[in-house]
Ligand binder design. Structure first.
Ligand code: PMP
Ligand code: GLN
Length: 380
């Protein structure tokens, strides 16, 4: 059968490639970002309870009311800002569905979307599928700072959307207050929508604070924020997240959401609504992951990798220039097959596969896993 691919240049995502290699070689898997420890038993019990109590049919389209209220309360408590649970918050099948829905709802052929690279890999295909044009801004190792003058140069009436991701995957950087103010100034009085992917909002270290787009009033009125319960509560396999934004924009989001998925997992929503009644659930996460980062970095401090400690997320970048001149994809593959540690090569997230000899390692792992991996990395 003849058909024209809508995504001719897209290959299997690096996460699947490295996961499969890792399994095949029984490697220590620090590639795809997920914890190898259990989610809170209390939350798991609440899901079972919800299933046994009969919450097994379709949920309301926008999400269980109590859960949307709990999300609104979180914004109120953490950021002193409000989203109306009736029409400004939608529960989604992970942040991924929220991102896809936002892009599908607003991007038409030839619309330009500014993207900072390296970028998490789900934005670009969604833009392309909708006929949009990616305008990449390549950031550079090791600090990945944004030069806002460069952004200003490519920003025009054609710019329909800017995607920002703070804290940033894969770099582990955060946007400062000044960065967010620059974004706010740049987009003020324009028709540009901002997609602010904030799935790592609760994992920020070293005294930095998360600068959510909702903290900046002019930015908030043009921004969708996406979030992931999977990231926050150590259950990425549940694929639960949410999206919030101003009601005029949300109206368009909902038009797509209702036919894209209609609604998402009912018993998990009931459980999360109950679980979120304890406000403390978010509190420990920063220090929990900061300790893991510190443990991992202390264990490889004498290795031949060079690094700057990650400021946020659960990813650490390591530069291997002192070890090999191989391309990062080749080196990452050899690291799994010969040495038994799986990571993610950064070039796949860069413009024109820019290769800066950097690999990403996920430290959302048990202490013993991180120490075992470090022992191997120290031999290189
Ligand atoms: N955005 C970023 C930056 C991510 O790292 C991820 C991966 N978890 C997602 C979105 C998708 O989140 P989810 O698993 O909730 O779909
Ligand atoms: N967000 C996860 C990561 O960056 C992976 C999610 C996925 O496999 N698509 O590792």
């Amino acid at each position: 059968m003849n058909h024209i691919s809508k995504l001719p240049d897209i290959e299997t995502t690096i996460f699947t490639v490295m996961e499969n290699l890792s399994k095949k070689h029984k490697a220590i898997n620090l590639s795809q970002g997920f914890p190898n420890f259990k989610s809170d038993q209390k939350l798991i019990d609440l899901v079972s309870k919800a299933m046994n109590s009969g919450y097994n049919q379709y949920a309301p389209m926008l999400g269980v009311r109590e859960l949307r209220e709990a999300i609104a309360e979180k914004f109120d408590k953490l950021y002193q800002t409000s989203y109306n649970p009736k029409n400004e918050i939608v529960v989604t099948a992970g942040a991924t569905q929220a991102i896809f829905t936002i892009i599908s709802a607003f991007i038409s052929p030839k619309d330009e979307v500014i993207l900072f690279k390296p970028a998490y890999d789900c934005y670009e295909p969604a833009i392309e599928l909708n006929g949009g044009k990616v305008i990449p801004i390549q950031l550079k190792y090791p600090d990945y700072q944004v030069d806002w003058d460069e952004v200003k140069k490519v920003f025009s009436e054609k710019t329909k959307m800017i995607v920002v991701n703070t804290p940033q995957n894969p770099c582990g950087t955060v946007f400062s207050k000044e960065d967010m103010q620059q974004l706010e100034t740049l987009t003020r009085n324009t028709n540009c929508i901002v997609l602010s992917d904030e799935v790592y909002e609760h994992m920020v270290f070293d005294g930095f604070t998360h600068q959510s787009a909702c903290l900046f009033p002019d930015l908030k009125e043009r921004t969708f924020i996406t979030a992931s319960f999977g990231k926050t509560f150590h259950n990425t396999g549940w694929k639960m997240g949410y999206c919030c934004g101003p009601k005029e924009l949300m109206k368009e989001f909902i038009k797509v959401h209702q036919f894209n998925v209609y609604c998402v997992n009912h018993p998990i929503q009931i459980a999360l609504a109950e679980y979120l009644k304890e406000a403390s659930v978010y509190k420990e996460l920063d220090s929990f992951y900061e300790k893991k980062r510190d443990l991992f970095l202390a264990a490889i401090t004498n290795s031949n990798f060079s690094f700057k400690p990650s400021k946020a997320t659960y990813f650490q970048l390591l530069n291997y220039t002192a070890i090999s001149t191989e391309k990062d994809v080749d080196f990452a593959k050899r690291l799994v097959t010969e040495f038994g540690v799986a990571s993610i090569p950064l070039s796949v997230f860069n413009t024109n596969r820019l290769d800066e000899k950097v690999l990403r390692f996920c430290f959302a792992k048990k202490e013993e896993t991180l120490l075992k991996a470090a022992e191997i990395l120290n031999t290189l």
